[in-house]
Ligand binder design. Structure first.
Ligand code: NMX
Ligand code: MLT
Length: 428
């Protein structure tokens, strides 16, 4: 058994003991309530899920296995996947074994390229990523084992196999999508001597700079997971809870990530910055920039990269990207505009329409595009694919743990307006 699998098995035992203890203390105890506002307001703040891969604190941001964003941001994505799914970082040998296993499975089947090449030339790269993964669904080892008769307690092991096969292929898939969609269509072969993120940097074929490989590493680390309730992870979990295999679940999660209020915000951010650059120049006057932002708000648009459903402070993932920019591309025009926006936008949003914006601070998407642009990834339609490659780690870890803990199909109760009115009348 691999160290990763052993690690997950041990983690599942620990988590199961905690759940046993929780249930012994009171399976029927009420720990949270739901308000009418939450029923109609996207369930914001409603506590209704358990997720043990990561946790988002409104005031200090993302934690993985108890580590703050600051504490894990210098790691490799492979180490982060280990942490998400086992609760611990791998030792050196376990890491190398895991990387070797990923390298063995990295080859993307030819039919995937045939599918992707047959799409209209202007297909969005997120459609290509989602479809590329979905097109491999027939390879699911979970599905095959389930059809033969799989015990519930073994679901997670086959889900892990699917996860390994999907994760291993992601750098080649994303690199290939970039080259088909924006380049000459020539694929760059996977290099078994490189790690997961370095391979992605290599297969994009944009830039040989070490700084770019390090940005890819950081990018794939910072976007990996954001607890269980974000649109993409929740979607992926709901789909997998019906025992649709991981190919269906990952593809579904990516379809949610492709929305402008979620992962697509990163491409919208760079579009926003480039637009400022074009209209107002590389170093816009603060008052002019302020007026521009108010114009955008008053025309009914959101400021991409600002706000969050859970966070109430600057996203520490934004800070990690900003620190990277300070060290690597402080004088780049896009980075400078992104920084200037950070000094202006929160104050505007804080006071906009009597403070209706719950969180005026930047999220992960406000800075990442400027860094990619500096290294020559100028096609911002591609940015969410990079977010997606990373977030698949979270989808996989969340679904493996949920399967291992025997979690049931997700099916909350919805109600009609009449039900709510009757309930309120009964309370009056
Ligand atoms: N610009 C303008 N208005 C905003 C913004 C913003 N950045 N953020 C929130 N609002 C508005 C929001 O549209 C809503 O208005 P209305 O009542 O007219 O519908 C009001 O403020 C209250 O919304 P909140 O409770 O603050 O935010 P909510 O939890 O509903 O949504 C986001 C969270 C992230 C969807 C929202 O802040 C947003 O649309 N931000 C811009 C898009 C973005 O950056 N998304 C990326 C999120 C991170 N990610 O990568 O997934
Ligand atoms: C994420 O990383 O998923 C985003 O910050 C959105 C969220 O957490 O809701």
């Amino acid at each position: 058994m691999s160290d990763l699998k052993k690690g997950i098995q041990n983690h599942l035992l620990e988590l199961q003991l905690e759940i046993d203890e929780i249930f012994a203390k009171g399976r029927d105890s009420v720990v949270a309530e739901v308000s009418v506002g939450q029923i109609y307001g996207g369930m914001r703040g409603l506590v209704a899920l358990a997720c043990n891969t990561s946790y988002v604190d409104p005031y200090s941001g993302l934690y993985i296995g108890g580590y703050t964003t600051d504490e894990f941001s210098d790691k490799l994505p492979e180490e982060i996947f280990f942490l998400l799914s086992t609760g611990k970082f791998p030792d050196k040998e376990s890491l190398v074994n895991f990387q070797t296993e990923l390298n063995k499975r990295a080859q993307v089947p030819q039919y995937v390229w045939d599918v992707l090449r047959s799409l209209p030339k202007d297909t969005h790269p997120m459609t290509m990523l989602s479809l590329g993964i979905l097109s491999m669904e027939n390879e699911s080892v979970f599905k095959k084992a389930y059809q033969k008769g799989l015990k519930k307690m073994d679901y997670w092991q086959y889900t892990l196999e699917d996860a390994m096969n999907i994760l291993a292929k992601l750098p080649a898939l994303a690199g290939g999508i970039y080259r088909i969609r924006f380049g000459d269509g020539q694929l760059i072969p996977h290099d078994s001597g490189l790690n997961w993120s370095a391979n992605l940097a290599h297969m994009l074929g944009v830039n040989d700079d070490e700084g770019f490989a390090d940005l890819m590493r950081l990018y794939l680390v910072l976007h990996c997971d954001h607890e269980g309730g974000n649109v993409s992870a929740f979607t992926s979990r709901v789909v997998n809870s019906a025992l649709s295999d991981l190919y269906y679940a990952v593809s579904a999660g990516l379809n949610g990530l492709a929305g402008p209020l979620h992962g697509l915000a990163n491409q919208e951010c760079l579009r926003f910055i480039l637009n400022i650059h074009e209209k107002l120049g590389a170093d816009p006057d603060e008052d002019v920039l302020r007026t521009h932002i108010l114009d955008v708000l008053n025309s009914g648009h959101v400021i991409p990269g600002y706000g969050h459903a859970v966070l109430r402070v600057t996203d520490p993932r934004f800070t990690a990207f900003m620190n990277f920019g300070e060290s690597n591309c402080a004088s780049s025009p896009c980075f400078k505009i992104a920084k200037k926006l950070f000094s202006i936008v929160p104050d505007i949003l804080m006071h906009y329409k009597e403070g209706k914006v719950a969180n005026p601070w930047p999220n992960v998407d406000a800075m990442s595009g400027s860094l990619l642009h500096y290294y020559g990834v100028n096609e911002f339609d591609f940015y969410t694919v990079l977010f997606g490659v990373s977030r698949v780690m979270g989808f996989c870890a969340q679904n493996i743990l949920a399967q291992g803990l025997g979690q049931p199909i997700i099916r909350p109760k919805s109600v009609t307006n009449k039900w709510v009115i009757d309930r309120l009348n009964a309370q009056a």
